[in-house]
Design a binder for this molecule. Sequence first.
Ligand code: PLP
Length: 412
Amino acid sequence: MKAFRCYKADLEKLLEMLTKLMMIPYYRPYYDYRELLAALTPVPARQKFTAAMARHARVRYGLDFTYGRAGLFAILHALKITDAEIILPAYTCMVVAHTIEASGNHPVFVDIDLANYNMALEGLKHAMTKRTRVVVATHLYGYPVDVAAIREIVGGDVFIVEDCALGVQMLAKEGRGIQGDFGIFSFGAAKPLSVYEGGIVVTDSADLYEAVKAYRDVFMTKSSPKSSAKRWGRFLSSYMLRKCTYQFIYRLKYGGHTSTKSALPPDHLPYDANAILPEFQSRIGLIQLQKLEVILQKRRALAQTYDNELHDCIRVFPAPLVDSATYSHYTIRVPHRDQIGFIQRMVQCGVAVDSAYKYALPYLAPYRSPIQGDFPRAAQAAREVINLPCYPHLDLSDVHYIIACVAKCAKP
Ligand SMILES: Cc1ncc(COP(=O)(O)O)c(C=O)c1O
């Protein structure tokens, strides 16, 4: 009996040690053997994938790029938009502002609405000037922004580019698909539909399509073996994103610290932004597109569970549930996030959480300017937002564990 007790204690210790080695990844693309098989099967798929994405967006034309931002760059150049003002939300990915800057234009920021993290439309009216040529209508975290209302504000002469990087579902009422002049999709590693890096521009206008295609087919045609090799490497390594390996990957990636996306120079574009999207990634995209309904259903179910259980959690403010949102991230706000070391505490509990954008763009050094005004809500989001893991591989027990950790770690 005594020997059995000792054995049981050892086993419990071992289990505890093993549990400590586990870590719930922050993101994980919804891949299985089908993506791998498709990637390895050498058949052309670029045209098929772009056409399928255009159909998905309920428009006629699509063009593929190595990144979503490369698509935005091509649009601005193709339409000969330079030295113009381009409006975007104050709280979004910095690479969007950097791309505008790199294209020789000027980003103009609009504060957000904390109810859905999207551009506050009353701010848009004030930001418009005679120099405004484009508005980037971002569906942040997959929350639909009201594109029809934006069109009413900006009129017919300003281009609307819908940033669907995180909102891959079609957002318009009555199933009309993309309502802007362009839609831009991004398929990065943490995006709901992932080819591990890539982008597609869609439009319903034959003229706009021809213009962007002409630009792309001249300036973005490099085949880059280095880029392809890196992309293969990243894609294959994504199969390692598991609870039993993520502790190791996390330490390797962040050196034991939480993510600090280094501030890129304001005109930065990746070295392979002018390359062609490798065929193998388009093949992955086609498989992901077949799974999209399931991916979104699972994300929405996870968001519902988070919402049910975090609603009464003091010191945590969950973002609202919206029917058509994608929950590219499930987002909460934790006041005093950094003062209480919330991210580090969660990591110690074995849950990798992060904040996709720890900055409000107008306060970043390259964009700071007194004439841009104040952006209190974007600043608050930058200070308080936490994105919880929300991807189809998570099971209910993971989510309940994450919720328990949030409740514990949000305490001062
Ligand atoms: C909201 C948003 N828009 C655009 C992009 C740019 O996408 P890509 O990395 O494919 O250029 C990102 C990237 O994460 C993003 O989060």
